[in-house]
Design a binder for this molecule. Structure first.
Ligand SMILES: Cc1cc2nc3c(=O)[nH]c(=O)nc-3n(C[C@H](O)[C@H](O)[C@H](O)COP(=O)(O)OP(=O)(O)OC[C@H]3O[C@@H](n4cnc5c(N)ncnc54)[C@H](O)[C@@H]3O)c2cc1C
Length: 596
């Protein structure tokens, strides 16, 4: 049996001791976010995810979703709908949404902590409400007044859910290829026709209505990404006065049979002249969709975080109980027939990798959440702009690194179980299968890397990166005489320096040959992720030393930081070497000679 206990202690450490969100919320005027409220939300979130969602994790995987080809109806596994009702009744759906639309207006960083618990407890279930959050953001920022009035409240209250319909059979990463058409109608609406595939939560039995946000082309649209518009297409037609009418011409054609997340419905959606409404400007759909995609990218990064934590918890428990062989230096538990496997260095390597990437990753992701708080609630325009710059730089790192690390860590955790990890009973193979999709949807790792290096660094002159580097430099300066931090500060400062140098190196090469960007991108992304995590691990040690946590907690943070600096951070050496190798080692073989 796979178990989940919300890591409340480390969540609180990250939020309160390292990120000091209490001061931030006070500064942003978030008066409702007092410590007692935050604690109550976290405690209740832990209870809900541990007792309602986690017990459905393995049963949902075994049962999967059901599709009725006659009606196009999709039914989630047993217990999922009831769990959603409990989620809505408890007010979780709109916890961070604006009060004006029925939300509770609590900070997004708190929402990210809750989301981590949801994803760790039940990744598939968490996918149903996930895109509602993105739809809320897209409507808030780009919708017309009547669209906000009519669609936002039911989504925020959880009575309707949202989807994001981008992908088509021939078009995934390259949205410029999409073909779905939107014909203007005399009443100002549009008739949407086309097929979207892989649509998460495209159909389900949780709510009466589902609001699809669909990318499509107007008849006179220019080719490529400059000719894409965004439309809102509800499953049940909705009039401008909010009244719900008949069924719209959108139907689920089938659901996918997948490697993992069996309980999350992945739908082929057929739009057959469905009635929709334009959101934002014609041909500017990608701008509006980016609002949604950025929210969703952070959210998928948090999925990776949840999976790492759950995999680690289960592996740790097993490593303490499973008895095999003796420690090489002699029995550590002589009264037992063999030592628990946690004594073996290689098992510790796997456990510590999960712990270091998970706990460090929590700070990386929650910090991104605090930037959303500033953007949403800050009153100083310059501060909001800077937060936006930094967040857009960090988003591909959070998305791609946390998900890639979740693939790595769920495999380590499975390995800790030996053969028992490979069989279904313990749920470790499910975690590994479920993790795999996170590096693919919401833009693959390769696409995130191009976004980071191509757009955020080279096109935007690295404004967000410069901010992050100056955060590192400021911290190193502040802590330079702190003996407790000495072993971390020098290597961190050195890595920050090398990061800047590598960036300039790629920039120079890229100005002569754009293929150098693609050749360096993924290594650069990982390099960035590992340096960012080194910063957060150094901050974690400082936070633990300064706080009033017990000695065991301080020791665990310090030793994990040491492990990180000595055994994970050196991965940057390989990435830097690959970056310096340039494009030739990748592009030397002509495509037709690969199998020569
Ligand atoms: C379970 C599941 C749920 C999903 N949910 C949704 C959803 O709700 N809504 C939605 O719209 N879509 C959804 N998707 C689709 C998902 O976002 C796409 O699968 C993903 O964006 C990749 O597109 P693709 O599959 O067409 O791969 P392709 O774009 O064909 O890419 C194939 C490979 O080529 C690489 N590649 C492509 N171009 C480049 C480049 N320029 N440089 C470097 N590498 C490149 C990619 O990284 C990838 O490794 C979902 C997919 C799955 C499997």
């Amino acid at each position: 049996m796979n178990h989940y206990a919300a890591p409340l202690r480390d969540i609180r450490f990250a939020l309160f001791d390292v990120l000091d969100v209490e001061s931030l919320y006070a500064r942003l005027g978030l008066d409702a976010a007092q410590r007692d409220v935050l604690d109550a939300v976290l405690d209740e979130g832990a209870r809900f995810t541990e007792t309602v969602l986690a017990p459905l994790y393995q049963s949902g995987d075994a049962e999967g979703c059901h599709f009725d080809p006659d009606t196009g109806a999709v039914t989630a596994p047993k217990g999922f709908k009831r769990a959603y009702e409990q989620y809505v009744d408890a007010g979780w759906a709109g916890i961070t949404a604006p009060e004006a639309y029925g939300g509770q207006g609590l900070p997004d960083s708190l929402g990210i902590a809750l989301k981590e618990m949801i994803d760790a407890a039940n990744l598939s279930w968490g996918n149903y409400p996930l895109l509602s959050h993105g739809a809320t953001e897209a409507l808030r920022h780009h919708g017309e007044d009547w669209q906000r009035e009519v669609f936002l409240r039911p989504i925020v209250e959880g009575r309707w859910t949202g989807t994001m319909c981008l992908t088509e059979p021939h078009c995934g990463s390259d949205l410029g290829l999409l073909r779905t058409r939107a014909e203007p109608q005399p009443d100002g609406s549009y008739a949407i026709t086309g097929t979207k595939i892989f649509i998460t939560g495209g159909e389900h039995d949780f709510t009466d209505n589902i609001v699809h946000l669909v990318l499509a082309r107007l008849p006179d649209a220019p080719a490529g990404t400059k000719g894409i518009s965004l439309f809102i297409v509800p499953k049940m037609k909705v009039a401008k006065d909010g009244s719900v009418g008949e069924r719209n011409a959108v139907r689920c054609g089938s659901i996918e049979h997948k490697m993992g997340i069996h309980a999350s419905a992945t739908c082929v959606m057929n739009f057959d002249g469905a009635r929709g409404w334009l959101i934002g400007q014609p041909n500017k759909g990608l701008n509006a969709m980016f609002t949604m995609m950025n929210t969703a990218r952070l959210a998928v990064g948090v999925q990776g975080l949840g999976l790492i934590d759950r995999a680690f918890q289960n592996a740790l428990r097993y490593a303490r109980e499973r008895l095999q062989m003796r420690a090489l230096s002699g029995a550590k538990f002589p009264d037992l027939p063999a030592d628990p496997i946690i004594v073996h260095p290689d098992v510790r390597r796997m456990l510590l990798t999960c712990k270091a990437l998970g706990e460090g990753g929590r700070l990386l992701a929650y910090h991104a959440g605090t930037l959303v708080d500033v953007i949403e609630h800050g009153t100083d325009a310059d501060e909001r702009r800077r937060a936006d710059e930094l967040l857009s730089f960090l988003t591909p790192i959070v998305k791609a690194c946390l998900t890639e690390w979740s693939v790595e860590c769920t495999y380590h955790a499975l390995q800790v179980f030996g053969g028992h990890g490979y069989v279904r009973e313990w749920g470790m193979e499910q975690l590994a299968r479920d993790a795999r999709i996170t590096t693919i949807y919401e833009g693959t790792t390769g696409i995130q890397a191009l976004d980071l290096l191509g757009r955020k660094i080279l096109q935007q002159q690295g404004a967000g990166m410069r901010q992050f580097l100056s955060m590192i430099e400021g911290f190193c300066r502040e802590q330079q005489h702190n003996p407790a931090l000495a072993e971390f500060i020098l290597p961190l400062a050195e890595k920050a320096r090398e990061w800047g140098e590598l960036t300039l190196h790629i920039g120079k090469r890229a100005s002569a040959d754009a293929d150098e960007i693609g050749a360096a991108a993924v290594d650069y992304l990982f390099y960035s992720g590992y340096v960012a995590l080194a910063y957060w691990w150094a901050r974690a040690v400082a936070g633990a030393e300064a706080g009033n946590a017990g000695d065991a907690f301080k020791l665990a943070k310090r030793e994990t930081a040491r492990f990180y600096f000595q055994r994970i951070l050196p991965r940057t050496l390989a990435h830097a070497a690959a970056i310096r190798a340039g494009k030739d080692s990748l592009l030397g073989i002509p495509a037709e000679a690969f199998d020569a």
